[in-house]
Design a protein around this ligand. Structure first.
Ligand code: SF4
Length: 316
C-alpha cells in the first residue's frame, strides 16, 4: 500500500517579473517498507520534489498544483504547525551534508537524547538504551562510548550514520535521503547504502532516496524514477528498469556508470537545460541521439511498457 503519493506536482520559481516552471506533473508513490530512488543530474528537480514533501522549498518557489498524500492526507493543505509535527517525527530528512544537522556544540549522544525526549517522550536510562540501540543499528562501533563524542570527533561516514540514527530515534515512517553518500568515499557509500537497505528490511521504514548515481542504487532500491528537466521520464521497479532501460536518457545514464572491466566511460553530451532555456517538445531532444521531428514539436506522454514500467518517449 502506498504510504506517500505525489500526484501531478507542478512547481515554479517567481523571479522579478517572471515565473519559471521547474517541476511538471511529477507523480510517484512510495510503498510501506520500500525504497524508491529518484535519479537524475543536478538541477533536474529531484531535490525540489523531495523538499516539497516536507514543505521546505525556497521562498521564491511556489507549488502551483498537485497533491502530496501522506496516509491519504494532503500535506499541501496542512498548516505550518501540522508540518512541524510531521517533519522529523513522521518524515525525516537525511541531508547531503550531515554537518548541517549536527550541532557542533553538543555531543552526538546529547542530540540523540534530546530527539528521544521531544519525539518519543523517552528520558533517562530508557533513552540511553534506545540511543545505543540506534547507534548499533547504524553500525557505529563502541556505540555507548561514541555517544560522548562531539561531531568533529566523527569522520564523514560516522556523521552520516549518526544522522541516520537520529532519524531512527524519531521513529519516522519515511526517511528522505538527499544524496546521503555524495561527500563520502566509495567504500563508505556502499556501507551507508547497506545500512539504509537493512533499515528498510528490518524496521519496515519507507525510504525515498535522491541521487545522481544509478550504480549506487541498483542493488538496493525497489523502484526507480528517472527525472530530466523537471519531469519524470521513466519509472519502473528494479528488475524491469535494469533489465529493460528504455528512455534514451536512462540508457545514457547507465552507460556512464564506471565498470571494473576497464571500459572507456561514455558521457552524455551537452548539459541539462537551465530554467530559462526554452526547449520545444521533449526537453532531452538537444542531447538525444534518437531525436525525430516530432520530438521538437510535442511533449511525449508517459506510456506503459508493462504495468510496472512506464516511459515518456516517442520511441515507444
Ligand atoms: Fe529522444 Fe525523442 Fe525520446 Fe525525447 S522523445 S528521448 S528526443 S527519442
Amino acid at each position: 500500500m502506498a504510504i506517500l503519493e505525489v500526484k501531478n506536482l507542478n512547481l515554479g520559481f517567481q523571479f522579478e517579473n517572471d515565473f519559471k516552471q521547474a517541476l511538471y506533473d511529477v507523480s510517484f508513490s512510495l510503498e510501506q517498507g520500500k525504497m524508491l530512488s529518484i535519479v537524475g543530474e543536478s538541477g533536474c528537480g529531484k531535490t525540489m520534489s523531495a523538499m516539497s514533501i516536507l514543505r521546505l522549498i525556497p521562498k521564491t518557489a511556489r507549488i502551483t498544483s498537485g497533491k502530496i498524500l501522506f496516509h491519504g492526507e494532503d500535506l499541501l493543505e496542512k498548516t505550518q504547525k501540522d508540518m512541524q509535527r510531521i517533519r522529523g517525527a513522521k518524515i525525516a530528512l537525511i541531508p547531503q551534508d550531515p554537518m548541517t544537522s549536527l550541532n557542533p556544540l553538543y555531543t552526538v549522544g546529547d542530540q540523540l537524547l534530546e530527539i528521544l525526549k521531544i519525539h518519543q517522550n523517552i528520558q533517562g536510562e530508557a533513552a540511553l538504551q534506545k540511543a545505543i540501540e540506534a547507534f548499533e543499528i547504524v553500525q557505529i562501533p563502541g556505540a555507548k562510548s561514541r555517544l560522548n563524542n562531539y561531531p568533529h570527533e566523527f569522520s564523514g561516514g560516522m556523521k552520516q550514520r549518526a544522522i541516520i540514527a537520529m532519524a531512527l530515534c524519531c521513529n519516522a515512517e519515511i526517511l528522505i535521503a538527499d544524496e546521503p553518500t555524495t561527500a563520502l568515499d566509495v567504500t563508505i557509500q556502499a556501507q551507508i547504502m547497506k545500512i539504509l537497505h537493512e533499515i528498510r528490511n528490518y524496521q519496515n521504514t519507507s525510504i525515498l532516496l535522491i541521487t545522481h548515481d544509478l550504480a549506487l542504487v541498483s542493488e538496493h532500491t525497489d523502484e526507480i524514477a528517472v527525472m530530466y528537466a523537471g519531469r519524470i521520464v521513466e519509472r519502473g521497479n528494479n528488475s524491469e528498469f535494469f533489465s529493460n532501460p528504455t528512455h534514451p536518457y536512462s540508457k545514457a545514464l547507465l552507460k556512464s556508470i564506471p565498470t571494473n572491466r576497464g571500459e572507456q566511460l561514455e558521457t552524455i553530451k551537452g548539459q541539462p537545460p537551465t530554467l530559462s532555456q526554452k526547449i520545444e517538445g521533449c526537453k532531452f531532444n538537444p542531447r538525444c541521439e534518437y531525436k525525430m521531428e516530432i520530438c521538437t514539436q510535442q511533449i511525449p506522454a508517459q506510456k506503459e511498457i508493462t504495468p510496472e514500467h512506464k516511459c515518456a518517449c516517442f520511441l515507444i
